[in-house]
Design a protein around this ligand. Structure first.
Ligand SMILES: [Zn+2]
Length: 426
């Protein structure tokens, strides 16, 4: 159970407060057995998920209230014993506490692995049941099933002990969307993005993982590092990353959720914001999924043409009604149509739109062999649908013209002989 025991430790003229949480011992570098030069865990940060439901500047406005040179380590997708056990060993050798986001299916396969995280004093959150990379276009029912399933599987591995599972959730692939975020918030879950990845899920070398981790941490100087404890390159890179963080004066912060017995660490609102990013920070390489798909026209961003889709029709309609400047009225629909890619998303044209043009088309087809007056007469009998054109070029018909209506049947009877006769005369 949680014991909120505060212990003051004076070290190098700094007073560091340390919490004993979830039965784990406070891990000061100086107290790390067998490793006097360990990185250690400088402090434990207690957060209230409901007060800050989304964190991580890769995608959200807020992030953890860290001080300069403070880093939170997170690992996704485990447990996978072959590599997760090595990551746990490395962290233990440095007396570093981290947060692990569990995939439910992995927990089902390796329940002992989940217990190892907890028994080592780390924080355990969840990462969905099956790790689908479709959260950005998932139905509410599916998102709920994935989120709930991941929690249920992880809890089962922990023998149902809810006190050992943090209400922290990370969306697979960081594919954020309103639906899973809203559901997570309704369940009191805190959605964790990150402040910098190290690309350790890509086919890159451990050296590259190390380089990216250090470069991106240095660019922001504090924040949440995203890693994966199922990757051999992460195992290979992690000791160097921890050693380098120690050498550069960084400190590791362990994050745990607030409970009735353990109140949140007091913070000021501005502490939940990162300092202004630079061109080197990770957010420039990983833009969030545009939110406009899920919002109303009033909250749409400024019209970036590359991000337009057919749903902007609402916005265009508002703009026309408001009699906005002509260039906007003409430019937006053109982009929308070019990107729509599907006729099904456009309104079905009225029959009257096709009536006159089809009649004229018949006139043009027959004009080489018949005088205009005769063609007009044939067209009048064949109206409103050009049966000949319709039979051989159905793609040019309006969607409802091929349903065998009375007019369409009439067109077939009168239009086809006309066209064949014309072709024979060529
Ligand atoms: Zn993942």
């Amino acid at each position: 159970m949680i014991a909120s025991v505060l212990v003051g430790v004076r070290r190098r003229s700094l007073t560091v407060l340390c919490l004993a949480v979830l039965g784990s011992a406070c891990a000061q570098a100086a107290d790390c057995p067998g490793n006097p030069n360990a990185l250690g865990t400088s402090r434990t940060l207690v957060v209230d998920p409901k007060a800050h439901p989304r964190i991580g500047t890769m995608q959200y406005r807020e992030t953890l209230p860290l001080a300069d040179h403070e880093v939170v380590l997170t690992f996704d997708d485990g447990p996978l014993p072959k590599y997760s056990n090595q990551v746990l060993q490395i962290l233990a050798s440095q007396c570093v506490k981290a947060t692990f986001f569990i995939v439910g299916r992995q927990a089902n396969a390796n329940p002992e692995g989940v217990r190892k995280y907890v028994n080592a004093g780390h924080t355990v959150g969840t990462h969905s049941q099956n790790h689908p990379l479709t959260f950005d276009r998932m139905s509410a029912e599916k998102a709920q099933a994935e989120i709930d399933g991941g929690i249920a599987s992880t809890l089962a591995a922990l023998n149902g002990d809810k006190s050992k599972l943090a209400p922290f959730f990370r969306i697979p692939g960081l594919l954020r969307a309103q639906i899973p975020e809203d559901y997570a918030a309704s369940q009191g879950l805190q959605v964790w993005s990150a402040d910098f990845p190290a690309d350790d899920w890509r086919h890159v070398s451990p050296q590259r993982v190390y380089d990216l981790a250090i470069q991106r941490i240095e660019a922001k100087r504090k924040g949440i590092l995203l890693l994966h404890d199922i990757q051999p390159r992460t195992v290979a890179a992690l000791p160097r990353i921890l050693n380098e963080l120690k050498a550069r004066g960084y400190r590791i912060v362990h994050v745990v959720p607030a409970t009735p017995e353990l109140p949140a660490t007091p913070t000021e609102p501005q502490q939940w914001f990162m300092h202004p990013p630079t061109e080197n920070v990770a957010i420039t390489r990983w833009p969030p999924v545009p939110n406009f798909v899920f919002t109303t026209s009033k909250t749409l961003p400024a019209p970036v043409l590359a991000e337009m889709d057919w749903r902007d029709a609402e916005l265009i309609a508002h703009a026309v009604q408001a009699r906005v400047a002509a260039p906007q009225r003409t430019a937006w629909p053109q982009v929308r149509l070019a990107q729509a890619g599907s006729v099904a998303t456009l309104p079905i044209p009225a029959t009257s739109v096709f009536r006159i043009p089809e009649g004229r088309q018949l006139t043009l087809l027959a004009s080489r062999s018949r005088p205009p007056r005769a063609n007009l007469a044939v067209s009048a009998r064949a109206k409103p649908v050009a049966g000949a054109a319709g039979a051989r070029h159905a793609v040019h018909q309006p969607p409802h013209a091929a349903k065998g209506t009375k007019h369409a049947d009439a067109g077939k009877k009168t239009g086809r002989p006309l066209r064949i006769a014309n072709l024979k005369k060529r």
